[in-house]
Design a protein around this ligand. Structure first.
Ligand SMILES: Cc1cc2nc3c(=O)[nH]c(=O)nc-3n(C[C@H](O)[C@H](O)[C@H](O)COP(=O)(O)OP(=O)(O)OC[C@H]3O[C@@H](n4cnc5c(N)ncnc54)[C@H](O)[C@@H]3O)c2cc1C
Length: 404
């Protein structure tokens, strides 16, 4: 009698969560792909295992600094002066890859490499670049960027109250700067102050640890980007040598050049933040059973996951184009603003869906989604709020400035 052989079906392996759906990283030259992969390995093996504890404790992981130095990415996107160099796309993808694991580490990188080094790279004289950029590229001197004040945030272009008064070969700076990332412990600050003589905003390189009258108070009890240490800087008759005034910068227009570059970097960070939340949520949905089935098999769950991936993919396409425009020297303030506004809004939507998909566990920091959910709030508001980005876009497309 013939026996019927029943074939035992092995369950198909589930697809690994992958938020680079259009394979953006693969569009880089091989040498730059290797850099992104190196950053990914660092984030995966060194940062991911410890970052939630630091986030909960409101502390910065100084233990990671030696490994960050070894990555050799200081000054990525900048040529010469000991900088890593590389394309605009590489710069953005490094920020995205960091934020995919942790937006605080990406912000630490963005403040030092983008805002602080970028201010010197764009606004410093040849001598200033030679002096400051090499130690910053080696992470021997870490920088911060002081623009926002306790009473002046969105209105910084016309409203800065920090003053700079020339006195012979020095400037006397008085005022306060609020929210300044890295400032409680870093080495140098780029401080933006209004020259009392011509009323123009000027940039100064201030040495935090050796300048009398310079003090920093750490901002406590943040609910986002808790790993980044933000400070309230007070400057009481700080004397800064003229040789530390950024020599190329003449007005707030020059500050805005730095902000244009770093705003589109925040768009990369927001894209990475959404990717991290999506990947962790998808993995959770594949494993979590309800009604006897993985929740990833439910139609309404798949609807959210598909919308999240679409948000991410649209954001990726947008930031890639901004990097191309920047590389071609064509990136405008409105180009950077629309990328920052759109990607941070989509990030906020995506991380909220990720949190929702984890149910109650989405509320606990331990499940690796709540942190992204909270951090997206800071990305949405810093370096110009959503409304301010839209006013920049509105001015460019209508020809009317709605700024008061
Ligand atoms: C975690 C974190 C890190 C930061 N890091 C730094 C840093 O390193 N360096 C630095 O200089 N700053 C930093 N900032 C400051 C940040 O850039 C400001 O918080 C931001 O620009 C908004 O300014 P504000 O907080 O004073 O808000 P406000 O300007 O007071 O705005 C409050 C609200 O009013 C709205 N609003 C204001 N004006 C208008 C208008 N004309 N039309 C419509 N709506 C308007 C805003 O959109 C916002 O919703 C950081 C902030 C955070 C939270």
């Amino acid at each position: 009698m013939a026996t019927e052989r029943k074939e035992i079906k092995q369950p198909k392996p589930l697809p690994a969560p992958n938020s680079d759906f259009y394979e953006l990283v693969e569009t880089l030259p091989a040498e730059e792909v290797a850099v992104v992969k190196q950053v990914r390995t660092f984030m995966e093996t060194k940062v991911a295992p410890i970052i939630t504890k630091y986030w909960v404790d409101d502390a910065f992981p100084f233990e990671l600094l030696p490994a960050i130095k070894e990555l050799n990415i200081g000054g990525v996107g900048m040529e010469g002066y000991g900088c890593r160099g590389g394309s605009e796309l590489l710069f953005g993808l490094v920020a995205m890859e960091m934020s995919r694991f942790d937006s605080s580490i990406a912000t630490f990188f963005g403040v030092h490499n983008g805002l602080a080094m970028g201010s010197i790279y764009l606004g410093g004289s040849e001598e200033q670049k030679q002096k400051w950029l090499p130690p910053m590229a080696r992470w021997e001197k870490i920088g911060c960027f002081g623009l926002t004040e306790p009473l002046v945030g969105s209105g910084a272009s016309g409203g800065l109250t920090t003053t700079a008064k020339r006195d012979g070969d020095t400037w006397i700076i008085n005022g306060q700067k609020k929210w300044i990332g890295n400032s409680p412990w870093c080495d140098i600050s780029i401080i933006w102050a209004r020259d009392v003589a011509d009323n123009q905003v000027k940039g100064f390189i201030v040495e935090n640890k050796t300048t009398p009258g310079f003090s920093v108070e750490k901002i406590q009890n943040k609910i986002a980007l808790k790993v980044v240490q933000n400070g309230l800087i007070t400057m009481d008759n700080c004397r800064i040598p003229e040789e530390n005034r950024l020599q190329v910068d003449k007005s707030f227009r020059d500050t805005a050049h730095v902000l244009k570059m770093t705003r589109y970097l925040v768009a990369w960070e927001a894209t990475g933040c959404a990717m991290g939340a999506y990947e962790n949520a998808l993995k959770y949905c594949q494993e979590r059973l309800q009604f006897g089935k993985p929740i990833a098999s439910f139609q309404l769950v798949q609807d959210l996951l598909a919308k999240m991936l679409a948000n991410i993919t649209a954001s990726q396409c947008m930031v890639v184009r901004t990097a191309q425009l920047q590389a071609e020297g064509k990136l405008t303030d409105a180009h950077a603003a629309i990328a920052k506004a759109f990607t941070t809004a989509k990030c906020r939507e995506t991380v909220a869906w990720a949190r929702e998909l984890l149910g109650g566990n989405g509320i606990a920091a331990d499940y690796n989604v709540g942190r992204f959910f909270a951090d997206s709030e800071a990305l949405y508001s810093y370096e110009g709020t959503y409304q301010i980005q839209n006013l920049i876009i509105g001015k460019a497309i209508t020809g009317f400035s709605a700024f008061v």
